[in-house]
Design a protein around this ligand. Structure first.
Ligand code: C2E
Ligand code: MG
Ligand code: MG
Length: 429
């Protein structure tokens, strides 16, 4: 470990390299910490391999007077000493640079290790005057960085302790909820904008916790993703959706295609497809009744494997939608090369479509382009009739939003007017 004495002020930057998809052989996938890396039964040289890889990390980009410490697991600590005229902008550049340089594949002892990196920064003296406090706060900032989507950095701020405590509480309660059955799936209708008939439903998680009250999936899904709970949670969502489909069919209800949101971590699982096929078989659900919604983050992280999986799903008859389109990279390449059937325009565009000409222009452009590529467009978050009329003028195919219906409990399906109309239409055909 290099050592130095502080000059004028000090930052602690604690970073954790994430072992993303290490070594597909040896039964090890998606490892985050060295500890699990070894525990999962790699040979005795594993620790040595990891050590060798650490040596290859680009430490040389750190200033000469930086202190580097190994905290155990996949965590490192960097102590940077900077002069008073440097500040957050300098650290910004530094953190971005470090993430970019560290995040690459390392070939060690015949194995390819894909390493990612998230950074948390705690400033001295504002957020700690001793090492223990600074490291604890930097650790919270790392947690925040990971929740925000990994390969990113976060500065500790005074409020983070409270947020961290809530996140930990949500994590604990969510694990319990999965076992105790406090979770539910609700279903939001999707409506054909020409015929105004229901053409599908999106399954959305609902969680009413005894202690925390209603917790929005917008809050707990990212925590589930960050902690790995998303894997059993995702399994639960599929199984629960299939159960509901069977129940509705048993009640004589015409079930439209059900869309399931899938997080990147779920699709990255090597056993995602076999598990899904086993479930379809167990419940005898026709794959054409299933739609999968993914956000583009998966396509950025693991494009090739993901593309192959999407093709397999599509060949089985499932429809695929790219969710929240327009907010991230919105790469047109995905639309051209991957077997998507639907583009879901993010609700931020729809929310402002009347007031903001640019949002209207972008929405129009996404619709035209998607149509040119043979894709249908779904607009999310339609709340008023003016938005609906504009979207109809733009030729948007399908809509979803409170104007039509909120997500409904599974028991409301038999009495919901849209589903009733769908059944009447079915009997007329
Ligand atoms: P999403 O997939 O983009 O779902 C659309 C969200 O918009 C839902 O929020 C829905 O209730 C909400 N919404 C629909 N119409 C309107 C409207 O007119 N106005 C407004 N303001 N909101 C509307 P929700 O249920 O809170 O879900 C938030 C996000 O959580 C989802 O965004 C999805 O990313 C995630 N999520 C929900 N359920 C699941 C799940 O089963 N698995 C996974 N991986 N993620 C899920
Ligand atoms: Mg969705
Ligand atoms: Mg969405």
């Amino acid at each position: 470990m290099k050592t130095t004495s502080p000059k004028s002020w000090v930052h602690f930057a604690c970073w954790r390299g994430s072992f993303n998809s290490i070594i597909r052989s040896n039964r090890v996938i998606g490892i985050k910490r060295e500890r699990s890396f070894i525990k999962h039964g790699l040979n005795a040289n594993a620790a040595h391999t990891v050590q060798k890889m650490f040596m290859r990390l680009p430490w040389s980009i750190l200033p000469d007077d930086a202190v580097i410490g190994y905290l155990g697991g996949d965590a490192f600590l960097v102590l940077l000493v900077q002069s008073d005229d440097q500040g957050v902008p300098v650290l910004d550049v530094f953190a971005k640079d470090l993430i970019q340089k560290v995040s690459q594949s390392y070939f060690v002892d015949g194995l390819t290790l894909d390493i990612g990196c998230s950074i948390g920064v705690a400033m001295y003296p504002e957020f700690g005057t001793d090492a223990v406090t600074l490291i604890k706060n930097a650790d919270m900032a790392v947690y925040q960085a990971k929740t925000a989507g990994r390969a990113t950095y976060h500065f500790y701020d005074g409020d983070m302790g409270r947020r961290f405590a809530r996140n930990v509480r949500i994590e604990t309660r969510l694990r319990l909820a999965l076992q105790s059955g406090n979770l539910e799936l609700h279903f939001q209708p999707k409506v054909d904008l020409t015929t105004e008939r229901c053409v599908g439903m999106e399954a959305l998680l609902r969680w009413n916790d005894e202690e925390l009250g209603m917790v929005s999936p917008a809050e707990f899904v990212p925590i589930a993703e960050q902690t790995g709970i998303i894997l059993p949670l995702g399994d639960w969502v599929f199984e629960q959706a299939f159960r509901h489909i069977l129940e509705w069919q048993a009640q004589g209800i015409t079930v439209p295609p059900i869309a399931i949101n899938c997080s990147a971590a779920q699709l990255k699982r090597i056993d995602f497809l076999p598990k899904l096929l086993a479930l379809l078989d167990k419940y005898q659900v026709d794959p054409s009744l299933l739609e999968i919604e993914v956000t583009e983050s998966i396509l950025i992280e693991d494009a090739e494997r993901c593309a192959e999986l999407l093709r397999q799903l599509s060949r089985l008859g499932m429809k695929l939608a790219i969710d929240d389109f327009g907010t991230g990279y919105s790469s047109l390449g995905y639309l051209k090369d991957l077997p998507f059937h639907y583009v879901k325009i993010d609700q931020v565009f729809i929310r402002n479509i009347i007031e903001d000409k640019k949002h209207a222009a972008l929405t129009h452009a996404i619709i035209s382009l998607s149509h040119d590529l043979g894709l249908k467009v779904i607009a999310e978050g339609i709340t008023d009739i003016h938005q609906l009329i504009m979207l109809q003028d733009f030729g948007c195919d399908i809509g979803q939003g409170y104007l039509f219906s909120k997500a409904l409990g599974a028991n409301s399906m038999g009495s919901d007017p849209m589903i009733v109309a769908l059944n009447e239409q079915g009997s007329e055909d």
